[in-house]
Design a protein around this ligand. Structure first.
Ligand SMILES: Nc1ncnc2c1ncn2[C@@H]1O[C@H](COP(=O)(O)OP(=O)(O)OP(=O)(O)O)[C@@H](O)[C@H]1O
Ligand SMILES: [Mg+2]
Length: 323
């Protein structure tokens, strides 16, 4: 038998995804077995290692056919940092709970919820949520670039979508269909209705037929363009909103961290943040932190943050008037 120490090290190296170390320990275990006279076990372990050399330890590359349509990233967000309504957190918690205990559900002929639609204005945490779900479940985050799929592969979008759904089945992960409205938006326009109708239909079919273990997250900021038929295909729909005053306070507190404004977040700051998205407020906070670091001060002042937020408001208003 392998020593307890070897088994522990083996498990550790697996979770740290340290392939070299994993292989070294496995070879040590084979040698240990051989010394004890357990030659067939030693032989078997070495055989497994040799065969595995052909296959990658953990597939992290993306198939060539779709490698310009899917972005791979390691999740960096945490669910606890996503500021959203308690009901949204509760439902995200349910996704995780059902995923972790899916075997229990399967025994009763039930499946865990894993097809989510996130709806809300830009910068309110949709991508962040997908990333946080991946992080909670120790998955990679695969972002499917829907706009590129629709513009670059006009005429072969359904075939590409099929390949992406093959990948969803073969490689467990969180798959984010970002700018999901690319399908709906194009479809709403009069030109090429035929092609877009086909794409939408195949997307609906693929998502309906999907029995993978992956989580599928679609994000949009334009729900009106989406079809009722599409909504029905999701296990849950989560709505995101611009932050409330309370959310602004929490968000600023979280981001400023040790640069936190001494007392309560002043009312001026709150009013300067009104109407901005979480993403814009977060950028203003980072601007203020940088400014404070360069000025060699340890805390962000209320007036500095107010100025940074007003700058963001100006960018925001400028963008709005361009439309
Ligand atoms: N709800 C939130 N709570 C905390 N931080 C947030 C939230 N929403 C956005 N942020 C901050 O803003 C960044 C960008 O947000 P994110 O990309 O998730 O927005 P989005 O809703 O996907 O926007 P878009 O519709 O433009 O894709 C996040 O990485 C995070 O730093
Ligand atoms: Mg996004």
């Amino acid at each position: 038998m392998a020593t307890a120490e070897q088994v522990t090290m083996l498990i550790k190296s697996y979770y740290e995804q340290d392939k070299e170390r994993f292989t070294t320990i496995a070879l040590q275990m084979a040698a240990h077995e051989a010394r004890l006279g357990h030659t067939s076990v030693a032989h078997e372990i070495r055989g497994i290692i040799d065969n595995a050399k052909v296959k990658p330890f953990h597939v992290t590359s993306i198939k060539k056919d779709v490698d310009d349509l899917v972005l791979l990233s390691d999740p960096s967000s945490r669910l606890i940092d996503v500021i959203a309504e308690p009901s949204a957190h509760k439902r995200l918690g349910r996704v995780i709970r059902e995923y972790k205990q899916r075997d229990k559900l399967t025994k009763h002929g039930l499946s865990n919820r894993r097809k989510l639609l996130l709806v809300g204005p830009p910068g309110t945490g949709k991508t962040m949520t997908a990333s946080a779900l991946a992080s909670e479940l120790h998955f990679h985050l695969y972002t499917v670039l829907m706009d590129r799929l629709v513009t670059k592969y006009m005429g072969e979008t359904s075939a590409k979508l099929r390949l992406i759904f093959d990948m969803i089945r073969e490689e467990d992960g969180v798959y984010l269909f970002d700018e999901f409205d690319a399908i709906g938006a194009e479809r709403a326009m009069e030109n090429d209705v035929g092609e877009m109708r086909r794409v939408l239909n195949s997307f609906l079919q693929f998502i309906e037929q999907d029995r993978s273990r992956s989580l599928i997250v679609a994000a949009t900021n334009n729900p009106r363009l989406l079809d009722q038929a599409l909504f029905r295909r999701f296990d849950d729909i989560l709505y995101y909103h611009l932050p409330s005053e309370d959310d602004v306070r929490r968000l600023i507190g979280n981001i400023l961290g040790r640069f936190r404004i001494a007392d309560e977040v002043p009312p001026d700051v709150i009013s300067a943040a009104t109407g901005l998205s979480h993403a814009e407020i977060s950028l203003a906070c980072h601007d203020a932190i940088k400014e404070s670091i360069l000025d060699d001060v340890n805390t962000v002042s209320g007036s500095l943050l107010t100025n940074m937020l007003r700058e963001r408001q100006a960018v925001h208003d400028g963008r709005r008037s361009e439309r």
